[in-house]
Design a protein around this ligand. Structure first.
Ligand SMILES: Nc1ncnc2c1ncn2[C@@H]1O[C@H](COP(=O)(O)OP(=O)(O)O)[C@@H](O)[C@H]1O
Ligand SMILES: Cc1ncc(COP(=O)(O)OP(=O)(O)O)c(N)n1
Length: 263
């Protein structure tokens, strides 16, 4: 069985973060492992509180996994603070996993800062250059390159070029917050590609970014090319949103095991 490791924050409501990643790995038949960076007290309506784990225990989790198990792909989500980012970068340089999917999580849909403002530069300098692909949403793309507002496909392409110049092997800017269809823009330094699906009208989109990035990691772990991995992940998130769950009183989660419910 292929393996994937998520390095991210825990979401007590189970729709985003580590919980979404492990469900996604399982739904793809990939053995999932986790390094917890932060614990969030969170539900479908809000993030109530966040507690970061120490760089020491983050490093110990990484050593425990990498010293024993072959990791076929890594997904990075909420990394919270400069100390956590420092130890994650150090260990990735040491263990050299083949694929690193970096979701530069900054703010939850409910509006809570999941990346401390002072950690932005560390994320750019230390993690972006280690990424096989970085998957910002529109807001995160704006923050990475200090751009005002990205609202069009042309704007996404220009931003993808600028983010690519920061060091990742490829960039996928997600268009979940665009007007109209859900169009994601890919750039690998040579060519652009768009991944397009129709927008599904629902408020239950908690954890869509986490789910897409861990699905990309799952496909990479199974040996697909990056473009094949994104194509597969995009189809998966579309199904997961189409069958999303009205659980909780706010923005409910996607359905990671929607295949079980399709006739
Ligand atoms: N309502 C929707 N219908 C279809 N696809 C969506 C919808 N919302 C988000 N997506 C897709 O889900 C993935 C995650 O995107 P996005 O929601 O922008 O990320 P994030 O959760 O990081 O803000 C992207 O592939 C995006 O196009
Ligand atoms: C612990 C944790 N990590 C990440 C997120 C953000 O996930 P995302 O997929 O961007 O989903 P939304 O917050 O936008 O619904 C999170 N909320 N918690």
């Amino acid at each position: 069985m292929k393996t994937a490791l998520t390095i991210a924050g825990s979401d007590s409501s189970g729709g985003a973060g580590i919980q979404a990643d492990l469900k996604t790995f399982s739904a793809h038949g990939v053995y999932g492992m986790s390094v917890i960076v932060s614990i969030t007290a969170q539900n479908t309506q809000k993030v109530v509180e966040v507690e970061d784990l120490s760089p020491k225990i983050i490093g110990a989790q990484l050593d425990a996994v990498f010293s024993d198990i072959k990791v076929d792909a890594v997904k990075i989500g909420m990394v919270s603070n400069p100390g956590a980012i420092g130890v994650i970068a150090e260990k990735l340089i040491q263990y050299k996993p083949k694929f690193v999917v970096l979701d530069p999580v900054m703010v939850s849909k409910s509006g809570y800062d999941l990346l401390k403002p002072e950690a932005r530069n560390s994320l750019i300098e230390k993690l972006l250059p280690l990424a096989t692909v970085v998957t910002p949403n529109l807001f995160e793309a704006e923050r990475l390159i200090n751009k005002r507002e990205i609202t069009t496909i042309e704007g996404m392409k220009e931003a993808a070029k600028q983010i690519y110049a920061l060091g990742p092997q490829a960039v996928l800017i997600k268009g979940g917050h665009l007007e109209g269809d859900a169009i994601d823009v890919f750039y690998d330094g040579k060519q652009f590609e768009t991944f397009e699906e129709e927008r599904i009208e629902t408020k239950n989109t908690h954890g869509t970014g986490c789910t897409l990035s861990s699905a990309i990691a799952s496909h990479l772990a199974k040996g697909e090319t990056l473009q094949e991995a994104i194509e597969g992940a995009k189809k998966y998130i579309q199904g997961a949103i189409r069958h999303s769950l009205a659980i909780g009183r706010g923005s409910g989660p996607t359905n990671h095991f929607f295949q079980w419910f399709e006739k």
